[in-house]
Design a protein around this ligand. Structure first.
Ligand code: GLA
Length: 712
């Protein structure tokens, strides 16, 4: 059945996904209006929902602020505009004039609807694009603007899309906030009336908020209830505004850029917004998350089918104290543990002995790597591992040869102080010469040193975001920076198809569907405390799949929290993502090394479930009792249950947890104990977790479906 259909008599467009429908039409004024987003509908059924707009209730009302596909500035509209363009005559009103539409197959299994409009007065063209994949409930939306005139325009706001929810008795908003080393704290609060703005003004996605929302009526659970969700694929500043109106409606508008930034649009120039994708789910937050994960794995990540290797990273072990003998010693031990990718972190280049100097001078430090990086890279490869390197291409320390040579390459405003954060300044990646310079040294670095993996870091927010010498620079840089960043990564990937990249920004400051479409995983947080990680990973996994969630086992007491938790617990937490090791292996005891090797081997046996299975959050970290997650094979053949008892309370709940994703009627064997369970019991009554009493008890239970002939 075609996934995008149109009824010329009613004017309705119907987008059908496997389990949901989305309907819209162009109203009598020419404006694109929302009809429905929810369970599957036919065109005929959608027509029943396309009620004509109610007349304004008073002279103080205009068009309802929720219910348009992209509310513009113009006419009797008083909500937050999703589209606001300043024309040469100083006006900012847009009037929709439809000029055509098309539906095309953008790729096999991908259909796209383009609705084309222009302003009734000025030569501005606006196209609304909707993309539907035949295997996903996620609908991708974006807006394309084109200046068809011969005068300059200024785009004050161009959201990718506005999403409208049906009238519900109440609304609740789920989202994450955080800060450095405390990312992805999940909040699930009643949606306030009025406008709720989630935003980043930092030039990066940010630790402080992440560009996604989930909305429900306040009654959804992990396994039940209707959930609407939207996520922005953009790695710079952004703004998502959720609105709850007095007449009981709610909607979300979102796009690149924060308040006060704008995009100049020269004659003939086109501006395409990032994708603001959305999904509806009938089955609670768990199903909404799984739909996002499946979408990311099928349509976002560059190499979705790959299994991510177990990595070692030296940062917590050595800090900046990086040299060839020290790294070789760690690499030998890492290889013995079963590590598959060895990553050298900060400190290998220039005069970088601490965070005060050297950033920008990307040549191996001669005193630490006298023959360059090649001998270490060769040794790592000889040990059977891939070789990875930390880089921070967008940054410079003022105490560096690069800055001395190019002081004008940084974001700055002449005559004002250049604020240093972590003793560094931001290179203006919006400048093509800066982007080309970065691409040049990166591609040589990768080629000359057999680099298989880059940890691409970005360790401070923008400030004094000026671009001297370019009149429209201060406006333009917010988007051009991100486009050029994407461009450098894309060129590198094209040059080196086997190169894999981790997105890092002081931990999880740049995690979004935009960066994940060109990197392979993300460094979730600089906080590696296993107890804190349970919550951070809980928030991260609401949107992003475990396949992208890098998680290290580090030493205790933890560098940040000073907490002591057992090695097994630390492993069990890190095994919920892409496992890595970040401890000082030269100081691990024989017993620790043996336990580590055993758990790395165990992870390798189950990681296909973690990285490609379906996540079921069985008990959250905020609930009493151990937090429990399950990763079930998509075909129901296996499942992994990970349980973490954070703080043990005598007499606290220890009840069984009901598993998801199993094959009805099948039996499952616990690979450790040999116990065979009925799927009906595991799914309907639950698995009893045999956790020992005491803090920091943890378990990894691997269940494998017993072949049918043994089922009897
Ligand atoms: C950031 C990263 C860390 C580490 C340091 C190095 O903080 O998130 O993992 O790479 O930079 O300076």
């Amino acid at each position: 059945m075609p996934v995008i259909t149109h009824a010329p008599d009613t004017g309705i467009w119907l987008l059908s996904t496997p389990r949901t429908s989305y309907a819209l039409r162009i109203d009598v004024t020419g404006a694109p209006c929302h009809i429905a987003w929810g369970p599957r509908l036919t065109l005929e059924e959608a027509a029943e929902l396309a009620v004509p707009p109610q007349p304004e209730a008073s002279s103080f009302e205009g068009r309802p602020p929720v219910g348009e596909e992209l509310p513009v500035d113009g006419g009797a509209r008083f909500g937050p505009p999703s589209l606001q363009v300043r024309f040469p005559d100083g006006t900012r009103a847009f009037e929709w004039q439809p000029v055509g539409h098309e539906v095309e197959e953008a790729a096999p299994g991908v259909s796209e609807l383009a609705l084309r409009f222009r302003d009734r007065v000025h030569p501005l063209e606006v196209t609304l694009r909707y993309r539907v994949h035949d295997d996903s409930d996620v609908i991708e939306r974006r807006t394309v603007l084109r200046n068809a005139g011969d005068r300059h325009l200024t785009v004050l706001r161009a959201d990718s899309a506005a999403w409208s929810l049906p009238p519900l008795p109440d609304y609740r908003l789920s989202h994450v906030t955080g800060q450095w080393s405390a990312e992805s704290r999940l909040h699930r609060d009643r949606l306030p009336h009025g406008e709720t703005v989630l935003t980043s003004r930092r030039g990066i996605t940010s630790h402080h908020a992440n560009p996604w929302v989930m909305l429900d009526a306040g009654d959804a659970t992990e396994t039940h209830g209707r959930v609407w969700s939207a996520a922005l694929a953009w790695s710079g500043s952004w703004r998502i505004t959720t609105q709850r109106t007095p007449d009981g409606r709610a909607g979300v508008t979102g796009g690149a850029g924060h308040d006060g930034t704008s995009v100049p649009l020269a004659p003939g120039e086109e501006f395409t917004t990032p994708v603001f994708a959305g999904l509806y789910s009938d089955d609670g937050f768990g199903a909404a998350s799984r739909t996002w994960h499946e979408y990311a794995l099928a349509h976002v990540l560059p190499h979705p089918r790959e299994i991510a290797p177990v990595l070692y990273n030296s940062w917590e072990a050595t800090g900046f104290d990086v040299d060839e003998p020290g790294q070789t010693a760690l690499a030998v031990r890492a290889a013995a543990l079963g590590v598959e990718l060895y990553v050298v972190d900060d400190g290998w280049f220039g005069a970088r002995r601490d965070d005060r100097a050297g950033l920008g001078d990307w040549t191996p430090a001669a005193d630490r790597f006298p023959s360059g990086l090649r001998p270490l890279s060769d040794e790592v490869h000889r040990l059977g591992m891939r070789f990875g390197l930390w880089v921070e291409p967008e940054m410079v320390n003022p105490d560096s040869d690069l800055y001395r040579e190019h002081p004008d390459w940084v974001l700055h405003v002449p005559g004002r102080a250049r604020t240093e954060l972590r003793n560094q300044l931001v290179l203006n990646f919006a400048r093509q010469d800066v982007a080309d310079w970065a691409y040049g040294w990166l591609t040589r670095l990768v080629a000359d040193n057999g680099v298989d993996f880059l940890k691409w870091d970005m360790n401070r927010a923008f400030s004094e975001a000026g671009w001297p010498g370019r009149e429209d620079g201060a406006d333009r840089l917010w988007t051009d920076y991100v486009h050029n960043l994407y461009g450098v990564i894309d060129r590198l990937r094209a040059d080196h198809p086997r190169l894999r990249i981790e997105s890092c920004s002081g931990g999880g400051g740049r995690v979004d569907l935009g960066i994940l479409s060109r990197t392979d995983q993300a460094w979730t947080s600089d906080n590696t405390d296993a107890a804190d990680r349970v919550s951070i990973q809980h928030g991260y996994g609401q949107l992003y799949p475990a396949r992208t969630m890098a998680a290290w086992v580090t030493d205790v007491p933890n560098q940040l929290t000073h907490r002591q938790v057992p090695l097994r617990f630390r492993f069990h937490v890190a095994m919920a993502g892409v496992l890595g090791i970040g401890g000082d292996l030269t100081r691990w005891s024989e017993e620790e090394l043996a336990t580590g090797a055993e758990l790395v081997a165990e992870y390798k046996r189950v990681r296909h479930l973690v990285q490609h299975g379906a996540l079921h959050r069985l008990r959250g970290p905020e609930e009493e009792g151990p937090a429990v997650v399950e990763y079930a094979a998509q075909d129901g053949s296996e499942a992994l249950v990970l349980a973490w008892q954070l703080v043990h309370r005598h007499g606290g709940p220890r009840g069984p947890v009901r598993l998801g994703g199993l094959t009805p009627g099948a039996h499952y064997r616990d690979t450790r104990t040999g116990t065979v369970h009925h799927a009906a019991v595991l799914a309907g009554y639950g698995l009893t977790l045999d956790l020992p009493s005491g803090d920091w008890a943890s378990a990894a239970v691997h269940l494998v479906r017993v072949p049918a002939r043994d089922d009897a």
